[in-house]
Design a protein around this ligand. Sequence first.
Ligand code: C5P
Length: 312
Amino acid sequence: MLAVVPPPVTVRVPAKVNLHLAVGNLRADGYHDMVTVFQALSLHDDVTVAIADDPGIEVLGEGADSVPTGPSNLAWKAVRALAEHVGRDPEEPKVRVVIRKNIPVAGGMAGGSADAAAALVGLASLWRLEIGRDELALLARKIGADVPFALYGGTALGTDRGDQIVPVLARHPFHWVIAFDKGGLSTPEVFTELDRLRADGNPPRVGAAEAVLEGLSSGDPRQLALLLGNDLQAAAVSLRPNLRRTLRAGVNAGALAGMVSGSGPTCAFLCSDADSAVRVAAELAGAGVCRTVRVAQGPMPGARVIATEEAP
Ligand code: C5P
């Protein structure tokens, strides 16, 4: 009898921006305590998982050349973690993963983490697992601190390592312009640079997250713009001084506020509405301060199945 091979599953997963990112002390496990407010944006990767005799990862699109396709790829770590969790052989997962990237690589928008979250959701569907998002989130935390948020999407408060997620009600759409820098930044290096800056002096720290949560619920981008803050920004700018020019250019182009996204070097600009975002994006693209400019909207849903191709 012929075994029925389930059709490939494609999952769409959003990039994130941190509206608020407060970094605490370095812990014994190498991580920092963190309080952050995430928002998922309409900039996404698509990840297809399929049963295959030639297991592995293929990466296409934005920055594909610099994404590892071996065991260090976070999506592959997700495949192995879920296989082990459900009693399959993690060494022989017989799964092929194709990642179509739009999220900048090593850009501070959690693209690699997003791909891992997408792989978890895709495999849960491909393998027809009875497994909820909260159970997947427990696995996701072991893969990386930003992976759980990519499962939930929307707007959320993240605590502990940024990986304990509580959804935040934020019904109003916000309009963003995203500026990709010419290269990437290593997240651990940015955290280390922040520790160095703090040892040398007293770089400003963001306040409490409550004000940002209030700004979000008001739905007023002008109010929210005054409250955005990221402790990692000083460190990212210290490693990439050109980001100062990018941040200035976005605000000069009409954005309400600009900030480094996560550990950078991508910059995110909050705009008053969709039309303003298009105008800011055009002007920023012309300023020659960054590699690529995109408009995006948030909040968007987390990793979700968008297609299951029927086998011929
Ligand atoms: O978990 P993930 O692999 O995404 O984290 C990358 C690195 O970022 C960690 O190894 C750590 O150096 C740094 N990090 C941190 N504190 C956090 C999150 C990340 O120091 N809360």
